[in-house]
Design a protein around this ligand. Structure first.
Ligand code: TA6
Length: 278
């Protein structure tokens, strides 16, 4: 079933339910904020104190960072771009079979976006919901000049406890440490005992998030960069819409085009960033 719903404060979202899984995607930001397989714990983390307010990104789920990842040189512009705080259009929903549904959202350039980024574009998010979650973010340049984008499917995963998890698949990959701005090389699996904010480069294979009682696989396409982030104790205190101990239950593994992995789109070109989670 695909239903258009509203929270008591009027915040709108699309709810998808089928025999294999359920998901909720907000009209603001085409922000997927819930995904769970039937009879399983949610895969995605959502802050207990997240605001569902217009103009503010939801804390958790999958914020869409676009058309830039991180800060803009112009500090008056929003961190991680405007897509996650813009109102999207719901294009269509399909029930493919009993266990598979898909939904498509669109963001087109408009007077507001042109003030922040002067290019004409069309952005589409296509999500397939089954026992696997597949997200495809397609950018089309409908301007008459080239543009450059950085972006991310900034996925927050729910974990049993941050000290129980490790990430496989990034061994020997170079990364930019966003805390020190130094280039480093990953040795072995990633474990967590302090703040981590890294942009891994040259990523091609599958990534596995291993937790106490489950493992989550992430396979990206149209991307060679992956951001791994946990704010740890002190940064969490400074973050909006997060409880002080929230860093223990979450971890971001972001399917990205970031740092050196900038994508240049000529007039008429498209680029699709895909993340499959299973
Ligand atoms: O992807 C990691 C990161 O860029 C961190 O540096 C971090 O602070 C963050 O994303 C969350 O950003 P936000 O703007 O959602 O508070």
């Amino acid at each position: 079933m695909i239903t258009h719903k509203k929270l008591p404060n009027g915040f709108e979202y699309i709810e998808v339910k089928n025999r294999a899984a359920e998901a909720k995607i907000a009209m603001q930001g085409a922000h997927l904020f819930h995904y769970a397989r039937a009879d399983e714990e949610p895969l995605l983390w959502l802050s207990e104190v997240s605001d569902f307010k217009l103009g503010k990104a939801i804390r958790g789920g999958v914020p869409l960072c676009w058309p830039w990842f991180g800060f803009n040189e112009d500090k008056s512009l929003p961190q991680h771009g405007f897509a996650r705080i813009s109102m999207w259009e719901f294009v269509c929903g399909k029930e493919i079979d009993e266990k598979t549904s898909s939904v498509t959202f669109r963001l087109s350039c408009n007077a507001e976006t042109l003030k922040m980024w002067s290019y004409r574009f069309e952005l589409k998010l296509h999500v397939v919901i089954s026992d696997k979650l597949v997200m495809e973010l397609k950018t089309t340049n409908i301007d008459d000049r080239e543009f450059k984008i950085t972006q991310a499917l900034h996925t927050y995963f729910k974990v049993s406890h941050i000290s129980h998890v490790n990430i496989e698949g990034l061994d020997k990959k170079p990364y930019l440490d966003a805390l020190t701005y130094k280039n480093e090389l990953q040795k072995g699996d990633i474990t967590f005992n302090e703040e981590v904010d890294r942009v891994y480069q040259e990523v091609d294979g599958e990534i596995v998030l291993r937790d106490k009682n489950r493992e989550i696989h992430i396979k990206n396409q149209g991307s060679s960069s992956v951001v791994v982030w946990n704010p740890w104790i002190e940064k969490t205190k400074r973050m909006s819409a997060m409880n002080e101990d929230a860093y223990e239950q979450m971890l971001c593994i972001e399917s990205a085009n970031a740092f050196d992995d900038v994508r240049v789109l000529e007039s008429g070109d498209s680029h699709t960033l895909v993340a499959a989670v299973f």
